[in-house]
Design a protein around this ligand. Sequence first.
Ligand SMILES: Nc1ncnc2c1ncn2[C@@H]1O[C@H](COP(=O)(O)OP(=O)(O)OP(=O)(O)O)[C@@H](O)[C@H]1O
Ligand SMILES: [Mg+2]
Length: 494
Amino acid sequence: MRGIVKVFPGVRALDGVDLEVRAGEVHCLLGQNGAGKSTLIKVLAGAHEPDEGEIVWQGEELRLTTPLAAMKHGIATIYQELDLVDGLSVAENIYLGHELAAGGFSRRGDTQREAAALLDRLGHREISPRREVGTLSAAGKQIVSMARALSHDVKLIVMDEPSAVLDQEEVARLFKVIRDLTGEGVAVVYISHRLEEIRQIGDRVTVLKDGRTVATGLSARDTPTRELTRRMTGRDIEYVFPERVSPDGDGAVVLGVRDLAASGVFSRVDFDVRAGEIVGLAGLVGSGRSEILETVYGARKATTGSVSVNGKRLRNGSVRAAVGAGIGLCPEERKSQGLLLDESVYRNVSLATLGRFARGGFLDRRGERKAAQEHVRALDVRPGDVDRAVRTLSGGNQQKVVLARWLLRDCRVLLLDEPTRGVDVGARSEIYALIRRLAADGVAVVLVSSEVPEVLGLADRVLVLREGLVVHSGPAHEIDEHRVLDLVMEGSAV
Ligand SMILES: Nc1ncnc2c1ncn2[C@@H]1O[C@H](COP(=O)(O)OP(=O)(O)OP(=O)(O)O)[C@@H](O)[C@H]1O
Ligand SMILES: [Mg+2]
């Protein structure tokens, strides 16, 4: 790709980007939230037409007018926001579009057999081709998108933050697939905000900043982290976690979770969170982490056990009771759970706190806007214009908007599920500091993250879960990443 320019109303998203990808390599695309990564790969996928610049594919200039045209040339893309059809089966999604090519015929048995073979190749035999896509987890959907890409004769496969919805074990499986593909000469463009992944899987790196290529052809293995973050952000980032305030917590117990269980999902979970304390839950996807948060929040009914706030027991399975007691949940799948994409940033931020801005039947719009503005600034949402529609923000910036909403709310107990997913290195440290500040103000925080270093770095106390059971509980500073992974993996078939 040479000199690619793409302009949206008010934003020059790409301002002359160059990218050169070789057969058989894993080419990593790095850049802060809003740098232009997704826009660039949408141009490559035929989803956006560039205003300037050219794409040269195997020596010839290529004009892509539709995503199908890109597919036909062997360019497949797995988008950050997955584009599957929920009502259709796994097999139907994989072969969507193929049917057209085959003259409208759909040979059910064949497509199901072929879909099963593709899923097997991806190491996910457990996903049935017959299953309705809407019932899969975000990770499952990701796998189906991959299978769809492989169902074409693919020469270049672009992955936009695939690991954002995967846990460590699933990332390991994905990397095996990537190695198999590159071994066959397929080129991979890989986008991620996790630098340790770039080291593991990448060959060369291109860095985008403000819609421009600022570095290219860097070695993924040997370029120091400092240099990568400096190229991305233009400054030196001390990627550190805030200091823990009270390691052994002398605040009063705010959240009490006693022998909580949801049959078939998790059992006998028992922990307290004191005012000012951050408790982290670590475990694989499917270990019950998110379900525990949902149960504490009342969105899921407990089969036994209890949840109490300030010593007062909450009604089982009632979100209303939980919210009334001051519990807030920032959910894992934020897209589907509450962003109003066509509304402005500030409306989205203040959505959960409208009560605070009600003045005798009217909304105090100025107060609402000001509060939203402060949070948008604190989280470094870009662009910082709070009147923009959320839809026009990059993936990581949308993430920050939802997070801002929950941080703006006054909660006694804040349940955070994957708070920094898709967020760049610069903004992460801001978010960590903000969470720590909330805790220091007396909020009891429960944190779920598939990134073990994040749990260990931010939490005061850690619970490690395996298949719905708490297998370890103790101060975060007494356990390291290897031990957590051992605990998490023990007995699993990896
Ligand atoms: N449809 C659109 N309309 C207007 N502006 C857009 C649109 N899509 C993207 N932008 C803007 O283009 C810029 C680049 O966005 P892009 O999604 O490519 O960033 P990104 O590098 O993928 O970021 P992230 O890491 O957060 O996913 C941002 O300023 C974004 O707000
Ligand atoms: Mg993006």
